[in-house]
Ligand binder design. Structure first.
Ligand SMILES: *Cc1c(COP(=O)(O)O)cnc(C)c1O
Length: 462
């Protein structure tokens, strides 16, 4: 076995030390030496000394390259789900990215009131705009919407009862289950009605001395259809207030403008919920709103003040990068006419079927040439979804390129290999497997040039 010192004298590893630092290179070279030693002990005859040294050197360099790569990377989201939770949900507009880098590089007035020269409130950077855009008396921001619900329930209903319709006891991917959040918030869940039908009298009958609030959950990631009944916000608000209770609405997605103006299916807004009488409304920052991960709470001033005093608020607060991005995104809503061009998610949702189809027609021959007979490439109709629980049943007509392995024997394995080859590209391409094909829904493909350029790096026969 060569010694570590001998390895480190080789020019390539000396260069590596300059790039990665002495400690990491030594540690990595040692690990590769050990591996080679173990292989020899296990009976594999080692190659001649010079070859062995070169081999260990190469493995050390490969391992260092892998260590230097940042684990969180951009990908092409061609799954057909615009707001894909596993792929980072909303893509931020340029304005938000600039706002993040400005406050990231320097100290900021995060909790400092510049006018008065005193300690300030971090939420103040977003509350004015939240109030303006929702008509609320007050607002606050926390780390995500699950946190918003947790804080709201704990602050307003700890050790008391919360009424929720059985049709709204939802689970949202990633272990957000309303009953579990309630338990952690220290509230007692009181289910009312049935899965498909809940009436006002069900709520009225369930109110007791320990009831603190009525919770309405926007069933954002599924729809109950057929013989159904749910009680509208306004009626629930009247009942709650007549009995001295609060009404809280968990809206989930929370778009701030009426989506109908963009030709998209309507989605209730926080403003509508407040106008209907909800005392507080919670919603996500990174779903339809198109901002950073955050949970926003808007509504009555005295309740928001109570939430601010709760110790959980400190544990759930947003960081400065989030607040910078959120403030920048909220400002864009001042001009709804330009929102489609500025907010990437909304822009992608608004792309016309014809536009996407034209892109598919351009890419089909490019992909076919690159795959060179190993797979067929067809242009097919498909339906995108908005995702992240927004508009659960509505689909947006779209077009995909469908890649199918040419050989029918072992097609399943070949399809898996094809998908893996696209995931192995410098900017991994994530599609969707459907009916024996790898579908790339092109709705969210904005950087077409970048997509095509890296195809040269696709493994030869995936
Ligand atoms: C998405 C969603 C949540 C959770 O929001 P996060 O921002 O993911 O924490 C809670 N309630 C509803 C109704 C939702 O749609």
């Amino acid at each position: 076995m060569p010694s570590v010192d001998a390895l480190l004298r080789r020019p390539a590893l000396r260069d590596a030390i300059a790039r990665h630092g002495h400690a990491l290179v030594v540690e990595t070279a040692r690990a590769e030496l050990d591996r080679a030693r173990r292989a020899t002990l296990a009976g594999t005859a080692p190659p001649p000394r010079a070859t062995l040294e070169a081999e260990i050197e190469q493995r050390t360099l490969d391992a260092l390259a892998a260590l230097a790569e940042l684990p969180l990377r951009p990908v092409f989201n061609l799954t057909g789900t615009v707001l894909h939770t596993n792929l980072g949900r909303a893509v931020l507009p340029r304005e938000a990215i600039e706002a993040i880098s400005r406050v990231a590089a320097q100290p900021s007035n995060l909790e400092f009131d510049l006018a008065r020269g005193e300690r300030g409130e971090r939420d103040d950077h977003v509350t004015d705009w939240l109030i303006r855009l929702t008509g609320a008396e007050a607002a606050l921001a926390v780390n995500n919407n699950a946190a918003a619900v947790l804080l709201t329930l704990n602050a307003l209903a700890e050790r008391r009862e919360v009424l929720v319709s059985r049709g709204e006891l939802i689970e949202i991917g990633g272990a957000f289950r309303m009953p579990d959040i309630m338990a952690r918030a220290g509230c007692k869940l009181r289910e009312v009605g049935t899965t498909n039908r809940t009436h006002l009298r069900d709520y009225a009958d369930a109110i007791g001395p320990r009831t603190a609030l009525i919770m309405k959950v926007h069933t954002s990631n599924y729809a109950i259809e057929g013989f159904t009944a749910a009680v509208p916000e306004a009626e629930l608000a009247t009942l709650a207030h007549a009995r001295g209770l609060k009404l809280v609405t968990d809206l989930g997605s929370g778009m701030l403008v009426d989506l109908k103006r963009y030709g998209l299916p309507p989605e209730p807004t926080p403003r509508e919920m407040l106008e209907a009488g909800a005392d507080l409304v919670t919603f996500s920052g990174d779903k339809l709103l198109g901002g950073p991960q955050a949970g926003l709470i808007v509504g009555r001033a005295e309740l928001i003040a109570k939430l601010k005093r709760n110790p959980l608020k400190r544990a759930l607060r947003c960081d400065k990068l989030t607040l910078a991005a959120l403030a920048a995104v909220l400002r864009l809503y001042a001009d709804p006419d330009r929102l489609v061009e500025r907010l990437p998610g909304l822009r992608q949702m608004c792309r016309t079927a014809a536009d996407i189809r034209a892109q598919a027609a351009r890419l089909q021959p490019v992909l076919a040439a690159r795959l060179d007979g190993t797979a067929t490439v067809a242009v097919v109709d498909c339906a995108s979804q908005i995702g992240s629980g927004s508009l659960p049943v509505d689909r947006l007509p779209s077009t995909a390129v469908a890649l199918k392995p040419a050989r029918s024997r072992g097609a399943g394995k070949a399809l898996g290999a094809l998908a893996a080859a696209f995931r192995a590209l410098p900017i991994p391409v994530i599609g969707r497997l459907h009916d024996g094909a790898l579908l790339f829904d092109l709705r969210c493909l904005e950087d077409e040039v970048g997509f095509v350029e890296q195809l040269a790096k696709l493994a030869a026969d995936p």
